[in-house]
Each structure stands twice: as structure tokens, then as C-alpha cells.
Design a protein around this ligand. Structure first.
Ligand SMILES: Nc1ncnc2c1ncn2[C@@H]1O[C@H](COP(=O)(O)OP(=O)(O)OP(=O)(O)O)[C@@H](O)[C@H]1O
Ligand SMILES: [Mg+2]
Length: 325
């Protein structure tokens, strides 16, 4: 398999031309895996790439075979850095950079004050997340930032937070502080969102719901959907006919003799794979027919038996490259 950089297709080039891309979707669909693969692609294309993990429970660094990372970006491969969002540290950094406060040595009292404010005022934690990301964009610290974002519901409140906060306070300084973030988040040339889903009933329904909410409650540009864990067809049509004869038809006796007592299990497993593939295809069709025109969709296969790590990241990256070419 090719290991050097490959040419990118139109969607790939358009995605890599953004500065900030949020990757979201329902829990467990493969957000972190897809984020890691996209980051691998951009870093190998020569872009200085940052992956920012927003959800504290994840461990996106493991997808590059690296140890858990903190708030400070850590290099995990050439051109490729990973950091984990931490709202308290983001606030401390903000105060240092914007209000020119002396370096805060102890986070203790600040953390307590922060907790008080964050719990009292809705949107404070969210604004720190998007504020830190927008700041990194504004400072041009990276060519591209991939955000391993929060799962479906929470992403809407994060993306809508600058507007929400400025409406809440209506003060000049707050408006000023949030207007530039809104500008970055709502500029489709700068910022976009990739939605990851699997071809199953609930993820499909939740994805359509999320797209609707993103359209009405935020100004983010949804650039692409990645349908992940797509099962391959276990047999070609001619093989399916042969399988039917082996499973239930004229070759059943021969098959039983060869399978030495495992015939029923083998038939059940093959039928399950075929059935899953068929029902998943229907979910994909349903999703595509409900999707707005203009949102590109790419498919990533289910790599059976794969574990999160560099090998799976490479496999997904190669599949994405092929799909985007
Ligand atoms: N295309 C794929 N083929 C095989 N396994 C995959 C694929 N994509 C993801 N996985 C596996 O599925 C599991 C969930 O993936 P991942 O952690 O990326 O999901 P997530 O959406 O980030 O989950 P969470 O919501 O918990 O953060 C992991 O074990 C990952 O290795
Ligand atoms: Mg994750």
C-alpha cells in the first residue's frame, strides 16, 4: 500500500483548506478515529496540524500510538500535535493573554471562582472551549485544527455560545469579545463541521436531528458526513446462490460433511453478516435521501477485529483518501 502523500480529491482539498474543523456525532460512532485519520492526512500533506480533544473521557492520542496528552499541545508525529481541552486552563490562559494579569501560579482560588461563575452562568464553559479554538485560529498558530468534538447534543450549545453569551450580557466589552469568535465560527472558508455516523437506525435518526439543530441554532457550515463502519457485502450475487445451495439446498449434505459439525454456526454467521449489511444499506439509503443537497457523504468500511491505534488510523485515512479522490 502507498505510504507517501497521495493527491487529494476535491472534497479532500476543500476540507484541508479550512482552519478549524469540528468532527462530531453520536457517542461511539468513531469521532475520535475519523478525527485522527483526517489529522494524519493533513499532517502528511504538509500542514501544521493540531488535534484538540474536547471530551475529557476520550483519548484521541491513542489513535497515534501516543500517551494521553494535556492542555499543552504535544507532538505525536511530524507536523502533528495533540492537545486536550481544559476549560480551567483555557481561562487562566485567557486572563494572562487578554487582561495582562500576572502569571497565575496557583489555580486553586481561580478554579473555585471559575466553578462558581461557570455553574451560575450558562454558556461560560462552552465559550471557553470555542474561545480557545478561535484564538488559536486568530493567532495563526496552526494550518488546520481538527476538533474531536463533543457528542451530538452538546456541540450545538458550544457552537452557539458566543451569540448566547453576548445576548445574555449585552455589554460592549462582552460583545466585542465574542463578535470575533462568531466571525471565525460562521465563516465557511475558515470553519466547518464533519458529522460522523454509523449506518444504524438511532445514529441515522440522531444525525438528521442534529443537522436540523445546527442549521437553525448555529451558523456553522456542515461540510461533509462520514458514514463509518460500513459493512462489505459478504458475497457476490453468484456466490449468494451457491451459499443458498450450501446452507439449505442440494449441497447441504456435502457442506455438513466438510464443516464437521459447524455447518449451522457457519450458516448463521454468514446470514447475520448478510442481514446486517442489508439493513445497514437501507439505513444508508434512508439517510442519503433525507440529507440536504450540498453536503458530501463519504463511506469508511468496518475494519473487522481492528483495535484503536496507529494501524486503524492508517487504514481509515487510506479509505478516506480513496473516497475523497
Ligand atoms: N471503521 C472502523 N472499523 C473498525 N473499528 C472502528 C472503526 N471506526 C472506529 N472503530 C472503533 O470503534 C470504537 C469507537 O470509536 P471511537 O472511539 O473513534 O468513537 P467515538 O465516537 O470517538 O466514541 P466516544 O463517543 O466514546 O468518544 C473504537 O474501538 C474504534 O477503534
Ligand atoms: Mg471519542
Amino acid at each position: 500500500m502507498a505510504s507517501g502523500p497521495q493527491p487529494l480529491g476535491q472534497l479532500g482539498s476543500e476540507l484541508l483548506a479550512r482552519r478549524l474543523v469540528f468532527v462530531t456525532g453520536k457517542g461511539g460512532v468513531g469521532k475520535s478515529s475519523i478525527t485522527a485519520a483526517l489529522a494524519r492526512i493533513s499532517s502528511r500533506a504538509g500542514l501544521k496540524t493540531l488535534v484538540c480533544e474536547v471530551d475529557a473521557k476520550g483519548d484521541v492520542a491513542a489513535n497515534f500510538g501516543a500517551e494521553h496528552v494535556g492542555f499543552k499541545p504535544k507532538s505525536v508525529a511530524p507536523n502533528l500535535y495533540v492537545m486536550a481541552m481544559d476549560t480551567e486552563e483555557a481561562l487562566a490562559e485567557y486572563l494572562r493573554l487578554n487582561l495582562r494579569l500576572p502569571i497565575i501560579t496557583s489555580l486553586g482560588p481561580l478554579a473555585r471562582a471559575f466553578d462558581f461563575v461557570a455553574n451560575a452562568a450558562p454558556g461560560v464553559k462552552e465559550i471557553l472551549v470555542v474561545g480557545k479554538l478561535s484564538w488559536e485560529v486568530r493567532e495563526r498558530n496552526w494550518d488546520i485544527i481538527w476538533v474531536d468534538a463533543s457528542a451530538s447534543g452538546h456541540i450545538v450549545s458550544q457552537l452557539a455560545s458566543p451569540e448566547g453569551i453576548s445576548e445574555l450580557f449585552k455589554l460592549g466589552i462582552v460583545k466585542e469579545q465574542t463578535a470575533w469568535m462568531q466571525e471565525i465560527l460562521s465563516d465557511p472558508r475558515t470553519t466547518s463541521l464533519v458529522l460522523v455516523l454509523t449506518p444504524e437506525e438511532t445514529p441515522v435518526a440522531e444525525s438528521l436531528e442534529l443537522l436540523e439543530r445546527l442549521r437553525y441554532e448555529t451558523s456553522i457550515h456542515v461540510q461533509a458526513c462520514v458514514v463509518n463502519k460500513v459493512l462489505g457485502e459478504p458475497f457476490a450475487a453468484s456466490q449468494a446462490a451457491l451459499f443458498a445451495e450450501m446452507a439449505h439446498g442440494k449441497y447441504r449434505e456435502d457442506f455438513e460433511a466438510i464443516a464437521e459439525g459447524s455447518a449451522d454456526a457457519l450458516v448463521a454467521a454468514s446470514e447475520l453478516a448478510h442481514g446486517l449489511r442489508t439493513s445497514r444499506s437501507e439505513h444508508i439509503r434512508g439517510f442519503l435521501s433525507s440529507l440536504d443537497e450540498g453536503i458530501e457523504t463519504v463511506f469508511v468500511p468496518y475494519f473487522m477485529g481492528a483495535e484503536a491505534g496507529t494501524k486503524l488510523t492508517i487504514e481509515i485515512a487510506e479509505a478516506l483518501m480513496e473516497e475523497m479522490s
